[in-house]
Design a protein around this ligand. Structure first.
Ligand code: PHE
Ligand code: FE
Length: 299
């Protein structure tokens, strides 16, 4: 899930801006959405070809993630029951509600930041109803059903991560009032979308943008090209990111409890400090920073 900042605009009449760094016109039928941007999934409308495409995407990722995604993600994949085609969101919600109190709700596509944060802060995760086209099998610029569902939903079954996502929603609403969304967007990007975790078994992936990608799963863990730096909130708030290529920098957490605890304090002074310091370009290593080795386990 990424958001559009075209606040309160239901139709795709203007070109919204994703996190201030890219311009695309979102697909999707916004005329059918409610005021909170949720809509019906209309599961009965998916065609056999769409179910088959989803199953192919699912099978490709399933072959990639064992030993590379974190255990919590792998364990929760079974709850999706999505190997044979597009699942009904309501079925997943039944299991998710029992596990962590989260629900998944259908949305037409990218939604405004404010609506997105409101949903997260009430433990509702928006999943796009439409699936990419066959020619977008390897690469899609905009989050679709497969990215949102396969990438994001499994970790909502993990209690500490589930709490982090709710806190993120509340933090987003607060950051809006502080004019600090560009900083919080970086935190979302480098954790929820592209986060790595140092587990007892070694370096693993928990970020949805990596886990739903055919190529970045292997690259993020083993390529010598990107930096892999320890998770550090003030550093991360200053770090710009790439939207058009594999990441040049990943940040590595030690546990979901660390992620939750390190982001719990009031960010107001951190936003002020970030605004007074220069941004850090993707791939930069600052003096005193050291890469985490790709095969590093938790100490
Ligand atoms: N603690 C942050 C604040 O005060 C909110 C937040 C929590 C942001 C968790 C991201 C993740 O603004
Ligand atoms: Fe996403």
């Amino acid at each position: 899930m990424k958001t559009s900042s075209a606040r309160d605009q239901v139709a795709a009449a203007t070109t919204p801006v994703i996190y201030g760094e890219a311009s695309i016109t979102p697909r999707g039928d916004y005329a059918q959405a409610h005021a909170d941007y949720t809509c019906d999934q209309h599961w009965e409308r998916y065609t056999p070809a769409e179910h088959a495409l989803f199953a192919r995407l699912y099978a490709r990722q399933m072959a990639l993630v064992p030993g590379r995604a974190c255990e919590e993600f792998l364990h929760a994949l079974g709850h999706l029951a999505a190997a044979d085609g597009i699942p009904r969101f309501a079925d997943i919600t039944l299991r998710l509600r029992a596990a962590t109190g989260w629900e998944i709700v259908a949305v037409p596509g990218l939604i405004p930041e404010h609506a997105f944060f409101r949903l997260l802060s009430s433990r509702r995760f928006p999943v796009t109803v439409w699936l990419r086209k066959p020619e977008e099998f390897d690469y899609i610029v905009e989050p679709d059903l497969f990215h949102d569902l396969f990438g994001h939903v499994p970790l909502l079954f993990e209690p500490a991560f589930a709490d982090y996502m709710q806190a993120f929603g509340a933090g987003g609403l607060k950051a809006e009032g502080l004019d600090a969304l560009q900083y919080l967007a970086r935190l979302y990007w480098y954790t929820v979308e592209f986060g790595l975790i140092r587990s007892a078994q070694g370096l693993r992936i928990y970020g949805a943008g990596i886990l739903s990608s055919g190529g970045e799963v292997e690259y993020s863990l083993h390529s010598p090209k990107p930096r892999r730096l320890p998770f550090d909130v003030p550093r991360l708030l200053r770090s710009r990111y790439r939207i058009d290529d594999y990441q040049a920098t990943y940040f590595v957490i030690d546990s979901f409890a660390q992620l939750f605890d390190a982001t719990a304090p009031d960010f107001t002074p951190l936003y002020l400090r970030a605004a007074s310091q220069p941004d850090i370009a993707p791939g930069t290593v600052l003096p005193g920073e050291h890469d985490i080795a790709p095969d590093a386990g938790a100490s």
